[in-house]
Design a protein around this ligand. Structure first.
Ligand SMILES: O=C(CO)COP(=O)(O)O
Length: 259
């Protein structure tokens, strides 16, 4: 049985004050809940602050990106070493906003995945098709390509520190148009099938695959109750504690958390 995993991706949002308050509200609302794995991924400038607020809790700190070198002349970039130094456990890689707005290739993402896993971080690799690709029946081919190329450098000993997130590009930031639970389930099944071809049956069964794309309290339970939908990667709804905690609660399927 795979643990449910709920991740807040704050993207390029918050300020020092907001990040601190949001982290405290999530920490206090979650209390000692242990039935779900929770991580928050603030922007780089607030990692240290949020890490301080979450110290000693079960809520893990994650980053939204890294550069695949330990150090060097890479102006403006942040390394795996720095993320570990700040207390990060996770890093999100291959997010569609980086693929499509910043032109990141599968080969570059593969380099980042290798470096992050080798350094000891846990990777959340995002994959997902655009609306045009879905309409052209290319979803499976796109996911297969992103998985094969993005995970080309992953070795068996690193598999336990890897999870995937299915984030259809057309469903991100679009509450009117999130993937339906059957669409998410189908895509997750295809992802697990491809992963099994690469890494075998037991690795595929152990693989946590989260869904991302306009997850909110109203749709979380329906999405997270589908077979193979093991978690949620949340953007907009992670920017306030109440909806984020409601989604965590939906992942557990249990009683009200916190207040
Ligand atoms: O991209 C996402 C998380 O990484 C999803 O963002 P939204 O939840 O805002 O659609």
């Amino acid at each position: 049985m795979r643990d449910k995993f709920v991740i807040g991706n704050w993207k390029m949002h918050t300020t020092t004050a907001v990040a601190g308050l949001l982290a405290k509200a999530i920490r206090d609302g979650l209390g000692s809940e242990t039935r779900v794995r929770v991580a928050v991924c603030p922007p780089f400038p607030y990692l240290a602050l949020v890490g301080e607020v979450l110290k000693g809790t079960r809520i893990a700190l994650g980053a939204q990106n890294l550069y695949p070198e330990a150090e060097g002349a890479f102006t403006g970039e942040v390394s795996s070493t720095m993320l570990l130094d700040l207390g990060c456990r996770y890093v999100i890689l291959g997010h569609s906003e980086r693929r499509h707005k910043l032109g990141e290739s599968d080969a570059f993402i593969d380099q980042k995945v290798r470096v992050a896993l080798t350094a000891g971080l846990e990777v959340i690799l995002c994959v997902g098709e655009t609306l045009d690709q879905r309409n052209a029946n290319q979803t499976e081919a796109v996911l297969d390509r992103q998985i094969s190329l993005g995970l080309a450098g992953v070795t068996a000993e690193n598999l336990s520190r890897l999870s995937l997130a299915y984030e259809p590009v057309w469903a991100i930031g679009n509450f009117a148009h999130h993937a339906t639970p059957p669409q998410a389930e189908d895509a997750h099944r295809g992802i697990r099938r491809r992963f099994k071809q690469m890494f075998g049956e037991s690795a595929a069964q152990a693989l946590v695959i989260s869904y991302g794309g306009s997850v909110e309290p109203d749709n979380a339970a329906a999405l997270l109750s589908r077979p193979g939908v093991d978690g949620a990667l949340i953007g907009g709804a992670s920017l306030h504690a109440d909806p984020f905690l409601a989604i965590v609660r939906a992942a557990i399927g249990g009683p009200q958390l916190g207040v």
